[in-house]
Design a protein around this ligand. Structure first.
Ligand code: UDP
Length: 322
């Protein structure tokens, strides 16, 4: 059994990963500053004998060296996340996403830990291909458009992690998450499914940006967290980048209709321009579909839970919380 550090472990994906690692018999330390994470996400494990919570920021190097002490595997999930948050505070995005990763990689070189880096489909930018594979080019927009600060900052993290892997033989796995969804995800930072479900449960309207023709693939957090954990146990994954997500696309209009059909078919769907939602200098990505062949080849599986089942799970969890 290993001792794992999960940075951002009180967050949406981090808390699900923490639960899985504990269930597998590992010891888990969570480092989280509770900025977008919540202590409540860990309520199911807070009394667990193999669980330890450190309240602190990844921007604090002293805290980080304390957190990695005695650890075998680092899952680095802490980051500035969410399109809304990133568009509103690009400085924070860059500061949170770049320097702390470098500090943590250095500590892992010294301590010999295995390292999982949580990256994002945002690194592909607005690549116009039908689906995106790990070796594809990155297509960012202009630096005057703050959205790209997030993808660029994570691309730098990837460069750093791969460079450390080559130079110091660090065992690094990089996972690019594609629209991970499920219970505990909140809508405050822009994420579409919790927003639609909250809006529908409050009686509507459900607010779609632009014409709703933009396409996404939604992967269930339980499947995604299991894949992250298993990639770290798979020796051939070391030194590699993986797309992690569902490859079944749906338009945002269809998503809104599916949520409304499940909660109450009488609820209205309204359409507003991006400028109203995010400000004038916002640019969206029209279609985002991962090619998950590399993941399937390496682990023999990919996230497959149908959207219908994912929505049922999220709506049930929200209803239980309200
Ligand atoms: N979206 C929307 N209404 C919302 C939030 C998001 O129509 O309240 C749209 C958004 O413009 C995007 C898609 O849903 O095209 C997914 O947005 P999200 O922020 O969840 O993820 P990302 O943009 O990173 O794929």
């Amino acid at each position: 059994m290993s001792h794992c550090l999960v940075t951002g472990g009180a967050g949406f994906i981090g808390s699900h990963l923490t639960e899985l690692l504990l269930a597998d018999g590992h010891e888990v330390t969570v480092l989280d500053n509770l900025s977008t994470g919540e202590q409540g996400n860990l309520r199911g494990v807070s009394d667990h004998p193999r669980f330890r919570f450190l309240a602190g920021s990844i921007t604090d190097p002293v805290m980080m060296s304390e957190a990695v002490s005695g650890v075998d595997v680092i899952y680095h999930l802490a980051a500035a996340v969410g399109v809304r948050l990133v568009a509103e505070d690009p400085v924070r995005t860059i500061e949170t996403n770049i320097y702390p990763t470098e500090v943590l990689l250095r500590l892992a070189v010294q301590g010999g830990q295995k390292f999982f880096l949580a990256s994002t489909s945002e690194v592909y930018g607005k690549n116009f291909k039908e689906s995106w594979a790990e070796e594809d080019d990155l297509h960012f927009g202009a630096t005057t458009r703050p959205r790209w600060a997030y993808g660029c900052s994570k691309a730098i993290d990837e460069f750093l992690a791969l460079a450390y892997s080559k130079k110091y033989n660090l065992n690094v796995v990089i996972g690019r998450f594609f629209n991970v969804v499920g219970p505990r995800q909140v809508g405050n930072y822009g994420m579409v499914i919790p927003r639609f479900v909250d809006q529908a449960l409050a009686g509507g309207p459900v607010i779609v940006y632009d014409d709703g023709g933009q396409e996404r693939c939604f992967g269930h957090v339980g499947e995604v967290a299991g894949i992250v954990k298993d990639l770290m146990d798979e020796p051939s994954a070391a030194g590699n980048v993986f797309n992690i997500g569902s490859d079944q696309s749906v338009s945002i209009r269809e998503l809104a209709e599916a949520v409304v059909a499940k909660v109450d078919p009488k609820i209205a769907i309204e359409y507003i321009p991006y400028s109203e939602a995010y400000g004038d200098d916002f640019e969206d990505i029209r279609r985002r579909v991962p090619d998950v062949a590399k993941l399937e080849k390496t682990l023999g599986r990919k996230p497959v839970m149908p959207l219908d089942q994912i929505l049922d799970d999220i709506i049930a969890a929200k209803r239980a919380d309200n």
